[in-house]
Design a protein around this ligand. Structure first.
Ligand SMILES: Cc1cc2nc3c(=O)[nH]c(=O)nc-3n(C[C@H](O)[C@H](O)[C@H](O)COP(=O)(O)OP(=O)(O)OC[C@H]3O[C@@H](n4cnc5c(N)ncnc54)[C@H](O)[C@@H]3O)c2cc1C
Length: 582
């Protein structure tokens, strides 16, 4: 939606379609709780935000992209304020900011603990002002139309009627989100199946850094519902079965009476999730029917802070876990949360395939490197959504109309859906069975720790599952809201994404950020200060190439948490004017 607004502002004569497989307000962004980072306070600086992001990403971030990101993030958040986003405030009316993992300053803007909900509402209502924007709600994209070496639109199924239609375009921007559902235990909504990543790969665009998958340290067992990092920013503790704040044993600093930034519970997510695995191996977690857990302790924060700063956390705990965090410990364990990798783009959101752009979680620009810092993703959607919208609008102005040949491709796609799924006779495989096995395969090979033999085994299993998927049978042959067909198409996308994750993880023989190889435990800057680019070959196999990371001002260094460190030159804080509500 941010991209659509930017495109409409560049050229009001454009016709812009916003296509979404769900009603846009149900996009996963709605569930983001903690907040959005952007430098706004006088004691903070753009350099510090950039440094935190780059060191947090274990030096895999492209530093030119990070510099653009930290510069534009506060402006985008301010723009959202002007469009009506109800940011939480300090008593004197200034924007309130909270601490977040891996950040050395408080710079995360929030709207209580429903930040994504309010951001999405603000964007949604703003899109309504722009005449060129037409929404196609509950249309499911199955294919990118490519002819003459450029993308010329998409094929989409209108879910209500089953109608398959080409939506031609001079430029397409993928904003289809992440792919957490490739794993069995995730915070991600059911709709996060990596559709856009697979669409781009099939169309010939490469996927970048797919080996970097983020586990968030605090998910509720069984459901995987996220307990936001904001709980730890407000002062929550992680304790093991003995009630001990175990993070002090993992080079993350020592406990203090008040939370210290970039230390202990406010360390980066990769380190916290890895610490959990070690704690479990030492037998210091609590076994439950849904796997081992540790506890998140908020009791000392008191009812008033929990009710005002973390009301949604209390609601989630009461509804889904039947516990009250004011009085009880919250059981948590690491859960798949976010995809650092995605469709490879440049700093303007352009992919190497002409006419194809990507922004948000589906894209890899890359500002997140090997490990994203919490609260950088929402502003990334804004900054690079706006950039992609602008670049796509400018590209569209120079293109000829889509040619007639792509319409024939849309008819072929309709035939494929019919013969592969809707009218197929025989077929013995079930979508759910293949999906379960895929999820188990990916978790056991590409989880928090990885090694070559598991990844190689997974490569073979995934190839077998691709074969079984070809033989899948649907019971539902109807054209009206055929959710079985939709889940089959999503499984097809996920199988491609799963293979990309496993292949990229197998090839990267080093450990960095969220990619930890037990057989290659050290970081290897000499060989791997480079992004992986996974391409699909014409015969359906894949290949991985490497692209050097862009370093501007911060040469690779050691990641240090839990203590004050010197780095880089400080920069005067930007003068971001805050408009008071009248
Ligand atoms: C529980 C949770 C909490 C989070 N909290 C925070 C936070 O506090 N701060 C932060 O910075 N980040 C947070 N994140 C991460 C962040 O919310 C996401 O990375 C970000 O919102 C992704 O936005 P997006 O626009 O890229 O994708 P999404 O919001 O997932 O939207 C994807 C859109 O693409 C559409 N789509 C997908 N496939 C198709 C298809 N085949 N055809 C048609 N349409 C399709 C969907 O319908 C949807 O509208 C959180 C994530 C989760 C899961």
């Amino acid at each position: 939606m941010r991209a659509a607004i930017a495109a409409a502002e560049v050229n009001p004569r454009l016709s812009i379609a916003v296509v979404s497989k769900v009603y846009p307000m149900r996009s996963h962004t709605v569930s983001a709780e903690g907040g959005a980072a952007g430098v706004v306070k006088p004691d903070d600086s753009l350099d510090e935000h950039a440094y935190d992001t780059i060191s947090g990403g274990d030096w895999m971030c492209d530093q030119d992209a990070v510099e653009a990101f930290v510069r534009e993030a506060p402006l985008e958040l301010l723009q959202l304020e002007h469009w009506g986003c109800p940011w939480s405030r300090e008593p004197d009316g200034h924007i309130a900011v909270r601490a977040f993992g891996g950040m050395q300053k408080r710079r995360t803007w929030f709207a209580a603990d429903k930040t994504g909900f309010h951001m999405l509402h603000t964007l949604f209502q703003t899109t309504l002002k722009y005449e060129p924007i037409t929404r196609y709600d509950e249309w499911f994209v199955t294919k990118l139309l490519v002819d003459d070496g450029r993308v010329q639109g998409v094929v989409a199924v209108e879910l209500m009627s089953g109608k398959v239609q080409a939506i031609t375009a001079k430029a397409v921007i993928l904003c289809t989100g992440g792919c957490g559902r490739v794993f069995p235990f995730t915070t991600n909504a059911n709709i996060k199946n990596g559709d856009g990543m697979a669409l781009a790969l099939r169309a010939g665009a490469p996927l970048k850094d797919m080996e970097f998958v983020q586990y968030h340290p605090t998910g509720l067992p069984f459901t995987g519902i996220l307990i936001t990092e904001a709980t730890r920013a407000e002062g929550g503790y992680l304790i093991n079965k003995d009630g001990y704040r175990y993070l002090q044993d993992y080079s993350l600093g020592k406990p203090e009476s008040k939370p210290v930034l970039r230390s202990m519970e406010l360390g980066p997510r990769d380190r916290l999730s890895q610490a959990f695995v070690h704690e479990d191996r030492k037998g210091r977690t609590v076994p439950t029917p849904y796997g081992p857990i540790v506890h998140l302790d908020l009791r000392h924060l008191g009812e008033q802070i929990i009710n005002t700063k973390l009301p949604f956390v209390r609601e989630l705990c009461l509804k889904y876990q039947n516990i009250d965090p004011v009085r009880e410990l919250i059981p948590v364990r690491p859960v798949v949360h976010y995809m650092m990798g995605g469709v490879s783009t440049d700093i303007h959101g352009a992919t190497p395939l002409a006419g194809l752009y990507a922004a948000g979680e589906v894209a890899c620009v890359s500002i997140n490197g090997a490990n994203r810092l919490g609260s950088n993703s929402l502003p990334e959607c804004l900054v690079f959504g706006a950039r992609a919208g602008k670049a796509a609008a400018e590209h569209a102005a120079q293109q000829a109309l889509p040619n007639g040949r792509v319409l024939a491709q849309a008819r072929d796609e309709q035939r494929r859906l019919d013969t592969q799924f809707l009218r197929r006779l025989g077929g013995t495989e079930r979508v759910a069975a293949v999906r379960d096995e895929m999820q188990r395969t990916v978790e056991s090979s590409a989880g928090i720790y990885r090694e070559a033999s598991q990844l190689t085994k997974a490569t073979n299993s995934l190839r077998e599952l691709q074969g079984r998927f070809e033989n899948v049978r649907l019971d539902d042959r109807s054209h009206t809201f055929n959710t079985e067909l939709q889940s089959a198409l999503e499984l097809g996308f996920m199988l491609d994404v799963a293979e990309a994750i496993v292949q990229s993880a197998l090839q990267r023989t080093e450990s960095r950020g969220a990619h930890q190889r037990t057989d290659y435990p050290a970081r290897d800057d000499r060989k791997f200060l480079a992004h992986s680019l996974l391409y699909r070959n014409p015969d359906g196999s894949s290949r991985v190439e490497y692209l050097p990371v862009k370093i501007t001002r911060w040469p690779p260094g050691e990641r240090v948490y839990g203590q004050v460190e010197e780095h880089g030159k400080e920069e005067a804080p930007p003068a971001v004017p805050i408009r008071r509500a009248s």
